[in-house]
Design a protein around this ligand. Structure first.
Ligand code: COA
Length: 383
């Protein structure tokens, strides 16, 4: 049988990015790309980042996602359950086989998280947000254990009396992090907690819509997050800053990259036509860290590179505003907090799992299989 003719049709397939297609109603977050505004469950991101803790934002998102009354998901209970998740995950590190052996932190996180489903993560009769909290806690433990393993060091047991940001830093460093760094990391986790129908959140919702379990949906979301067009950009942003080195070289460096046909990481966004509001939140948080004396002095360089990139992109794409996105200052902030660049994307997952779980819950309430259509452009049978 000759099956070669379908191969020619492949060339006719155009990429579809679902630009502007509304795939769900949500009460969880709104991204206004024209105004540069991000609202998380009724709060501007600028109003909650740096003020609410990661646990408080988890409680808010999970309550809204579940459609539960305000007192049904209390922040203190969420904090305790996330801590319980860290303790449980640490106890199971020896059962992960080679899951943490990957050179890539996101791949390790994906493999380790998959183990949570082996015994069934959710207990019967338990409120669904407890499973969300256990998964969230586990992600921090896996990320820290992977980083320490890479450095040839043993994993450090969590301290359940601490919040997620403080304990993540502690598990990475082997000692408590400076207060300013803890605050910076907490601000980061809140800033990235949810962001409309981004690719990983959509992935989680699609998987959950089939009736599949929460762990499977989160594992799939981690897989979507790790790509450089989504959550994989901040490490390369730091590489870029290192490559530029001196603010005076920013314009020529950017020009060379663009002339070579490469994209500038941390610039551009599918939705935002102005600067990503999260870039401003994270830039400010990085500035506070510098003032507190815990940070390396990359901020000035980053600002120069951003200015050069924005100008170069504007001249090459006058009709398509391409400004800094969340990843640009994520790189500066997480570096200042003391995370290695290989951990940036796993840290993104530690924050975004809040939104993934909330969307999984919201999608389950809708209860409808997500199953879009495609247009067949191949040859007709017998042609
Ligand atoms: N550097 C250089 N050129 C860029 C660019 C960037 N960061 N972002 C977009 N462009 C260019 C594209 O090459 C395209 O040019 P063309 O029309 O000549 O082919 C044009 O701008 C439109 O880009 P498009 O691919 O339609 O935008 P998108 O909505 O699909 O892409 C991103 C959005 C985020 C994927 C894209 O801006 C990007 O790749 N950014 C860098 C990676 C990054 O920072 N990811 C984190 C996102 S939060």
């Amino acid at each position: 049988m000759d099956l070669s003719k379908a191969g020619e049709a492949v060339a006719a397939v155009k990429a579809g990015g679902l630009d502007g297609v509304v795939v769900a109603d949500t009460a969880l977050s709104e991204v206004d790309g024209e105004a540069g505004r991000l609202v998380i469950a009724g709060h501007d991101v600028e109003a909650i980042a740096g003020r609410a803790s990661f646990e408080e934002v988890c409680a808010l998102l999970w309550r809204v996602g579940l459609g539960a009354p305000a007192d049904a998901v209390r922040p203190e209970a969420v904090r305790a359950a996330i801590a319980e998740g860290r303790v449980g995950a640490h106890a199971r590190l020896s059962e992960l086989g080679d899951a943490l052996a990957s050179d890539d932190g996101s791949s390790a996180l994906r493999a380790a998280t998959a183990h949570l489903g082996l015994r069934g993560a959710a207990k019967k009769g338990e409120a669904p947000w407890i499973e969300f909290a256990h998964i969230a806690g586990a992600l921090a433990v896996f990320a820290a254990a992977w980083a320490r393993r890479g450095a040839g060091a043993a994993a450090i047991a969590p301290d359940p009396s601490l919040g997620q940001a403080a304990d993540l830093l502690r598990m990475l460093r082997g000692e408590p992090g400076p207060e300013a760094a803890v605050r910076g990391l907490d601000t980061y986790l809140v800033t990235v907690a949810d962001h409309g129908m981004n690719a990983s959140t959509f992935t989680a919702r699609v998987v959950a819509s089939t009736g599949s379990d929460t762990v499977s949906a989160v594992v799939a979301a981690i897989g979507a997050l790790k790509g450089p067009l989504h959550g994989g950009a901040p490490g390369p942003v730091l590489d870029m800053l290192d490559g530029v080195g001196d603010p005076a070289r920013a314009a020529s460096w950017i020009d060379e990259e663009l002339s070579a046909g490469r994209r500038i990481m941390g610039m551009g966004h599918r939705i935002y036509r102005v600067r990503d509001p999260r870039a401003a939140v994270l830039e400010k948080a990085a500035g506070e860290l510098e003032r507190a004396g815990v940070a390396t002095r990359r901020l000035e360089l980053a600002r120069a590179v951003e200015r050069a990139a924005e100008a170069a992109l504007a001249s090459r794409h006058p009709d398509r505003p391409l400004k800094a996105n969340v990843e640009f200052y994520t790189a500066v902030l997480l570096d200042a907090v003391g995370l290695s660049r290989t951990l940036f994307t796993p840290a993104f997952a530690v924050g975004r799992v809040a939104g993934w779980c909330a969307h999984i819950a919201e999608g389950r309430r809708v209860g409808r299989l997500v199953r879009p259509a495609s247009r067949y452009v191949g040859p007709p049978p017998g042609a």
